[in-house]
Write a protein that binds this ligand. Structure first.
Ligand code: IMO
Ligand code: MG
Length: 422
């Protein structure tokens, strides 16, 4: 029986998880999404073509990997159908490879309206992607949500009309745009028909695949510091993008998990509000943003940028059981003459390497940096670790020593080929 490899973000998202999954998918029979929804944006370059994947596991791009949307995902059918059509236009055999969990929850237009309403009302903005993610998870846990399977029940229309009424009352009371029940019912019945061929019990399916010894990769979305429990609450998303969410979002057991790849960039970034110890609100941060093209795949927002934070990374490694690091954007950091990484926090004059998401702790924490030599030159052509310039090797070795974790995959450029595997 095989085990599933898991790909997880170690920071605030956008670490390049899609690339790791896409790389592993070359060997994978199955690729799975477990959590989140179209708040994720995974950019993958294949033969010079840029794919911005939001819901379907990027493993599907190999055109030989089964792509499973797990039960933990919240699914916007309009976005999903758009993605299916986009992939088909690139000759990806979606009909053959896509499977959607009957238990994934559906995002409706009222969820998006509520997302906007709640964000506007917040004293301290989170900076959500306004895709209705939070309100959909709220409905799931409050037990008024719709699973994919509910769309095929006789009671669907009646229940949906009731929910629209309930949500419209709330929206209207707050002066927000309401939803047209007739339109939603008609549109979602149409979506249900389009998606029907892909829907199945993915829990049973995934266990069957493991017993058949198929190589499975679970593609995390969002990241450790955006986790509803372990992230910098309340500046987080509404799901568990950490290892626990991988299990509940797929139905895999702890025993089924093999390697856990923690994805990081050679620097760091965050989009949306919340604490960020190594943020550089200066021309260096601007330069990282420009060099790394750090603008949101989903919302196009400029990302906040800063140096790599190894204190946070250790927390993410412990929390998720990461045994391999995938470091991306080595090429980007190599543009600097010198650059830094945070090796400790100075909290009110006391140095510590212990991380905490406690708000006061993070507000007080000042980064203690170690400086590294840059000027790597063109690393995109390096095919092995040995071919890398000494300065790049020094940086990577330092990360390994600090974390006690091997840097197994090294991203050296934007294209699929620009990846060193050790
Ligand atoms: P990927 O998978 C970066 C952030 C939002 C916001 C907070 C809550 O591409 O790494 P939400 O819409 O989820 O309620 O927003 O979480 N956020 C992300 N930031 N990458 C992502 O996904 C994100 N998904 C959510 O910016 O701060
Ligand atoms: Mg993203």
């Amino acid at each position: 029986m095989s085990k599933a490899s898991v790909v997880l973000g170690c920071f605030y998202g956008d670490e390049g998880k899609g690339r790791t999954t896409d790389y592993l998918a070359q060997f994978a029979d199955v690729s799975v999404r477990a959590t989140g929804g179209n708040n994720a944006g995974h950019t993958i370059m294949v033969n010079g073509v840029k794919f911005a994947m939001r819901l379907i596991p990027s493993g599907i791009l190999s055109n030989k990997t089964i792509a499973v949307i797990g039960n933990g995902v919240v699914l916007n059918p309009e976005v999903l159908i758009g993605e299916i059509e986009m992939l088909k236009s690139h000759d990806i055999d979606v009909d053959r490879f896509l499977r959607i969990s009957d238990k994934a929850h559906i995002i409706f237009p009222y969820h998006c309206n509520l997302d906007v309403m709640l964000e506007n009302k917040r004293a301290h903005k989170i900076g959500t992607t306004k895709n209705g993610i939070g309100p959909t998870y709220c409905d799931k846990y409050e037990r008024s949500g719709f699973r994919v399977e509910d769309m095929y029940k006789d009671s669907f229309e009646e229940n949906l009309r009731h929910q629209v009424e309930v949500k419209n009352e709330l929206l209207a009371a707050n002066g927000e745009p309401t939803c047209d029940a007739d339109e939603i019912v008609a549109t979602y019945k149409k979506y249900a028909e389009i998606l029907k061929p892909y829907v199945c019990d993915t829990v049973t399916l995934l266990h069957k695949y493991l017993k058949e010894d198929k190589f499975m990769v679970v593609e995390g979305a969002q990241a450790t510091l955006l986790d509803i429990d372990f992230g910098s609450y309340p500046f987080v998303t509404s799901s568990n993008p950490t290892i626990g969410g991988i299990l509940t979002g797929t139905g895999l057991s702890a025993r089924d998990i093999g390697d856990v790849y923690g994805v990081i960039k050679a620097y760091s970034s965050r989009v949306g509000e919340g604490p960020y110890v190594t943020e550089l609100k200066n021309e260096i941060g601007d330069r990282i943003r420009d060099l790394g093209h750090e603008y949101g795949t989903v919302t196009k927002r400029p990302r906040r940028c800063g140096w790599l934070d190894l204190v946070t990374l250790k927390y993410a490694i412990d929390l998720n059981g990461v045994n391999y690091i995938n470091l991306n954007h080595l090429d980007t950091i190599g543009n600097f003459d010198t650059f830094k990484a945070c090796v400790a926090y100075d909290v009110d004059g006391v140095e510590t390497t212990d991380f905490s998401t406690n708000e006061q702790f993070l507000a007080a924490a000042k980064p203690v940096y170690k400086e590294f030599e840059g000027n790597f030159g063109d690393v995109s052509k390096c095919k092995t670790f040995d071919e890398l310039p000494e300065a790049a090797k020094t940086y990577i070795r330092f990360i390994e020593e600090y974390t006690g974790t091997m840097v197994k995959l090294i991203g050296t450029g934007a294209d699929r080929e620009n990846m060193i595997v050790r």
